[in-house]
Design a protein around this ligand. Structure first.
Ligand code: GLN
Length: 228
């Protein structure tokens, strides 16, 4: 079976936990910090953390455009919690200058459960996960929920909160997002689901990484030979 190479955006957040979970789910997992590393992966995880910080550092490190390009080209991406916010096309209660990468046709509300409870766990039925192992024990930490989904978005799980159901897991083609943090538990079914999706997406090995990069030669363009 082919081993997909899955990166974890490593500017802030629970990167190590995702690397471990991905490895246990059968992927080759590696941190992604630089623009050229974005090109070397078949798929990417956007971890939990703080979406305003991840947004800011992603821009500072010049990762925003490479990431947006690969998302637009169909690279599979899984976002958990802050990662879900980064994938969302629209954010409520965001920081005034907060940007997302976008791609997922959803509106998320940041810190949606936050005023009442910061963190909690509950059992969920998540569409697409194997039934063996029972309901999925989901961990929510200052989590967003999904307030609105576009027509191409499949709802994978909801949670009842104060008498209303709220969407906490979605999929749109190769993009998957959860409000909760599967990386902090020992149940790796969500990561296995994503690694399977990456295998089925058929993009493995088509990463443009092996294309040699043009390496600037010092002085080359200043040698008076009209190279400009
Ligand atoms: N509240 C955080 C944010 O807005 C997300 C929390 C998390 O990823 N655990 O980015």
């Amino acid at each position: 079976m082919v081993t997909p190479r899955v990166g974890v955006l490593a500017v802030q957040g629970d990167v190590r936990e995702h690397l471990r979970a991905l490895t246990l789910a059968g992927a080759e997992a590696l941190p992604v910090r630089r623009a050229e590393e974005v090109e070397r992966v078949d798929a990417l995880v956007l971890p939990g953390g703080e979406s305003t910080t991840i947004d800011r550092l992603t821009r500072v490190f010049g990762l925003r455009e490479p990431l947006r390009r690969r998302i637009a080209q169909g690279m599979p991406v899984y976002g958990s919690c802050a990662g879900m916010i980064m994938l969302a096309d629209r954010v409520l209660d965001g920081h005034p200058d907060q940007q997302t990468l976008g791609g997922l046709d959803i509106t998320v509300r940041r810190n949606a459960f936050g005023r009442q409870v910061d963190s909690f766990e509950c059992d969920l039925d998540v569409t697409g996960l194997p039934q063996e192992g029972g309901p999925y024990r989901a961990v929510f930490i200052r989590a967003p929920w999904v307030e609105q989904v576009g027509p191409g978005v499949e709802v994978l799980a909801t949670v009842a909160f104060h008498g209303a159901d709220h969407v906490v897991a979605v999929r749109q083609g190769n993009l998957v997002a959860t409000s909760f943090h599967p990386e902090v538990t020992d149940d790796h079914r969500v990561h296995a689901f994503f690694v399977d999706l990456v295998r089925q997406a058929g993009s493995i090995g088509s990463r443009p990484e092996e294309t040699p990069q043009a390496v600037p030669v010092p002085g080359r363009h200043d040698d008076g030979e009209g190279q400009r």
